[in-house]
Design a protein around this ligand. Structure first.
Ligand code: G6P
Length: 610
């Protein structure tokens, strides 16, 4: 799990590489490095720590090179240190790598026997030595790389430069993401588009087994394993560079929370036909006949996306009456799931690259299920391997804690549930139109919901020193209690638990006292009275209740010490609205506790290893 970048052109590569790495830091941030070819040959600069540490370590050195590669790391083999930081070098060969070489140990032993000396504990270093061994036999960089790749097992996106061929950059992809930025007389490689978005919007997305040989005159792509050229057209990305930056907010997380009205509107855009009372599923590629015959749906995901999956079950079962099972991807892949005929597996993943989710997706396909991917990153692995896709259009999400990606996943699930229900005759055209009307009002309602920011900040100030927090929800908002707790835990390091409110008396009630605040989700729905009773139970035991309730709900006022009022919407959309104060609360608590909001300790945005 790392970010790689490469540049070849006529400008000085160093600031471009550093800049690109800053955009990729969300992929890992325990060490970083760059390498470039200048008038004195190859230079390598690396350090443990973040990109800003690398930047200060090279300040004043006047480095120059018109070709180079860079890397930001999240350790998998070998602890975070300068020695293990990329780029790695053997002779004149320099490599940056994202992924894991599974057979590196055997390869390293064999190379050692042939006199190769290793200087790091990483799996990556074997790649440099393998390529070097073939260049020593007289092969050029491109050919030597192809030969080296035949030995590698595992996942990789690799960028390679060679001192003896300073006018070419070679890049290869297998199971880890890699894209090429097509500038004018300059080219970029990167793990993700924001790395070079300020220089070009024209992008080629590499597929597995593809290798790009890049010179200042252009890009040539070939299929390494079939040994034949591949023609690929660049796609134009509509994200502006500023969308990938903080846009004036103190943290990406806050910026992304405030982007939700736009992100949700983009996810809805072009997908509703009010006249026909239909969801437009052009990109979807799953046939209506398949949806009609579905017997069962599995929803599979990790982390916050798994919370979306839990909400999805309530939506799909309620609207379309198709039974759903929800699985954590890392469990699904190992539990020998029984997948009856006529099953659809929906994988939900912001990045499209989460290792466990991809493994579960592949397992589902192997077992004969059709797979639908709900994903935010176009060109990522999950949608490319799925039978059908539903892209959320939240734009790049940089903050490690997922916010806008989550609410757009919920929006996508709402649309999918309506589509499925309509196709199966479980909803009338009139009912569909009503659901559409509520959805069209949603961006505005989210805008309104964001106005509780100051109230939430006051609550955060009050509770910033607590050690534990309990979140309660019921029905479709039970997963939102889990999400609120997860966010608080991951970014403010306060221990928090999410619970279905009805279960409180089977355990957590024993913990209630003056020091443990309880946040209760109390939208106006069929279980409101029940949650109010749960709030009473907390209050009578001396606990402090923070209620998040629907506007105009006076019943909660006397049972809570703090109340946050949310705009009203239909039952299925309450999870989206009620998530907003929970994400804001976690954010403010983290800021007040001086935590690193966008890069919480030990976490990474995209978990591309098991
Ligand atoms: C990591 C991130 C979470 C995310 C999860 C799943 O844990 O920190 O924010 O929900 O991975 O990622 P995915 O990209 O598959 O949605």
């Amino acid at each position: 799990m790392c970010g790689i970048i490469g540049y070849i052109g006529n400008k000085n590569a160093i600031p471009i590489l550093i800049n690109g790495l800053k955009r990729l830091e969300y992929r890992g941030y325990d060490s970083a490095g760059i390498s470039f070819i200048g008038s004195n040959g190859i230079g390598v600069r690396r350090c443990a720590g973040k990109i800003k540490d690398l930047e200060s370590s090279i300040r004043g050195q006047r480095l120059r090179g018109i070709i180079g590669v860079g890397h930001t790391r999240w350790a998998t083999h070998g602890r975070p240190s300068e020695r293990n930081a990329h780029p790695h070098r053997a002779g004149g060969i320099v490599v940056v790598h994202n992924g894991i070489i599974e057979n590196y140990f055997e390869l390293r032993e064999a190379l050692k026997k042939n006199g190769h000396v290793f200087t790091s504990e990483t799996d990556t270093e074997v790649i440099c030595h393998l390529i070097l061994s073939y260049t020593k036999k007289g092969h050029g960089l491109e050919e030597a790389t192809k030969k080296a790749l035949k030995h590698l097992q595992g996942a990789y996106a690799i960028g390679i430069i060679s001192e003896s061929e300073p006018d070419r950059l070679v890049a290869v992809k297998n199971d880890s993401p890699l894209v090429i930025g097509m500038g004018r007389g300059e080219y970029f490689i990167a793990s993700d588009i924001p790395a070079f978005l300020r220089y070009t919007k024209d992008v080629i997305i590499l597929d597995n087994g593809e290798m790009a040989t890049i010179t200042r005159n252009g890009v040539e792509i070939s299929d390494v394993f079939r040994d034949k050229p591949v023609k690929k057209k660049p796609v134009r990305i509509t994200w502006s560079p500023s969308m990938a930056e903080k846009g004036g907010y103190r943290h990406f997380m806050l910026k992304e929370i405030y982007e939700q009205p736009r992100a949700i509107a983009d996810t809805i855009r072009g997908r509703l036909s009010l006249e026909k009372a239909e969801v437009n599923l052009n990109e979807f590629s799953l046939k209506e006949t398949l949806l009609k015959k579905l017997n069962k749906i599995f929803l599979v995901a990790c982390g916050t996306s798994w919370h979306a999956a839990l909400v999805g079950k309530y939506m799909i079962e309620d609207m379309a009456r198709v039974p759903c099972e929800v699985d954590i991807a890392s469990e699904f892949r190992y539990r020998k799931p029984i997948i009856p005929r006529g099953s659809l597996v929906i994988v939900i993943t912001q990045s499209g690259e989460t290792a466990d989710t991809l493994a579960a997706q592949r397992e589902a396909k192997r077992l004969g299920a059709k797979v639908l991917s709900i994903c935010n990153v176009i060109g990522s692995t999950s949608p490319r391997e799925a039978d059908g896709v539903f892209f959320t259009h939240s734009g790049p999400e940089i903050g490690v804690a997922s916010t806008k990606a989550f609410t757009t996943q919920l929006t996508a699930l709402y649309l999918f549930s309506i589509a499925l229900a309509k196709v199966r005759g479980a909803l009338t055209a009139g009912a569909v139109r009503e659901l559409f009307t509520d959805l069209l009002q949603l961006p505005e309602k989210v805008e309104e919901a964001l106005r509780v920011n100051d109230t939430v900040l006051k609550i955060a100030k009050k509770f910033r020193h607590v050690r534990d927090f309990l979140y309660l929800g019921r029905g479709i908002n039970y997963p939102i209690a889990l999400e609120g707790a997860l966010k608080l835990k991951e970014i403010s390091y306060i221990h928090a638990e999410g619970y279905p409110a009805g279960e409180m008396k089977h355990g957590p009630i024993a913990l209630i006292d003056n020091n443990m605040p309880v946040l209760a989700l109390a939208p106006e729905d069929s279980v409101l009275e029940k949650i109010i009773s749960n709030m009473e139970e907390v209050k009578t035991r001396g606990g402090k209740v923070i209620a998040v309730a629907s506007e105009g709900n006076s019943k909660v006022l006397s049972r809570a010490s703090h109340v946050v009022l949310m705009p009203r919407t239909n039952y299925y959309l309450t999870p989206i609205i009620f998530t907003i104060p929970l994400h804001l609360l976690a954010y403010h608590m983290a800021v007040l506790r001086k935590c690193n909001v966008d890069q919480p300790r030990n976490l990474a945005k995209s978990v591309t290893v098991e």
